[in-house]
Design a protein around this ligand. Structure first.
Ligand SMILES: [Zn+2]
Length: 253
């Protein structure tokens, strides 16, 4: 029987949550929650979002929903504020069962490692008497994913590929903790040269392969094109100059 996982994007609607550096907590939690849901759907689990749009919901409405459907797990996603940096996770400060601890440990491990890969600190595994942790009748965990009012954290939180990776890390933690496996069949390579140019990128493939053949864009040298990476000015200079060289070499033939 498939497990039912409730994903709660903190705040929403008239409740913006924390604000800082031009960001609103309610927008970030929704983006991350949608990403976690997408990832976990690959496991075949029954994924329910507390909200999938910018709507107002009380804490009681949130936990009442999860309790009414008899969910197996409750994951609440928030962004921190108040002068700090990094990631922390919460369990209820009252008694919790071993599943609660095991799943939180798995989520924390994956997510803290992801933050660490960006030089952002692990603030640790904590407990608190939060409504969603206390009133949900199933194992539950709440994540505080960086500080919206910290410039370093906010720089990451503004980056959509950071949020995508974060959602995946959280999803992997939930899957590991609950013993779920992602269905086999990774997206198939469709480029002649790059393993990470996959289904869904058809429109770009002829251009990517052609630029590789002309020696203009070469990837990381290990068969990866890194399609989601942004281009910095150093890379731009190299690519533009290679393109000019290539054009000149064709003219001079
Ligand atoms: Zn919050």
């Amino acid at each position: 029987m498939s497990q039912t996982i409730v994903i709660d994007a903190g705040h929403g609607g008239s409740d913006s949550g924390a604000l800082g550096n031009g960001l609103r907590e309610k927008d970030l939690t929704l983006t991350i929650a949608l990403g976690v849901a997408n990832f976990l759907r690959q496991t075949g689990a029954d994924i329910r979002l507390i909200r999938s749009t910018d709507t107002t919901l009380s804490l009681t409405q949130r936990t009442a929903f999860a309790n009414s459907i008899g969910a197996d797990y409750y994951l609440s996603i928030h962004i921190n504020a108040g002068g700090g940096t990094g990631f922390e996770s919460y369990l209820w400060s009252g008694p919790v069962d071993s599943t609660t601890t095991r799943v939180r440990d798995a989520i924390h491990q994956k997510t803290a490692a992801y933050f660490a890969s960006f030089g952002l600190r692990d603030r640790g595994k904590k407990t608190a008497d939060f409504h969603v942790l206390r009133e949900s009748k199933m194992p539950a965990c709440l994540l505080e994913c960086g500080f919206i009012d910290n410039a370093t954290d906010a720089t990451r939180l503004k980056n959509s590929s950071f949020l995508e990776g974060l959602a995946k890390a959280i999803g992997q933690g939930v899957a590991t903790g609950l013993g779920l496996t992602v269905a086999p069949g990774e997206p198939a390579q469709i480029s002649k040269y790059f393993v990470d140019v996959v289904k869904g990128m058809e429109h770009a493939v002829p251009h990517i392969d052609s630029l590789f053949e002309k020696g203009i864009i070469l990837g990381d040298g290990k068969g990866h094109f890194l399609p989601k990476n942004t281009v910095d000015r150093l890379t731009l200079a190299v690519v533009v100059d290679r393109a000019i060289e290539y054009i000149l070499s064709q003219i001079n033939k």
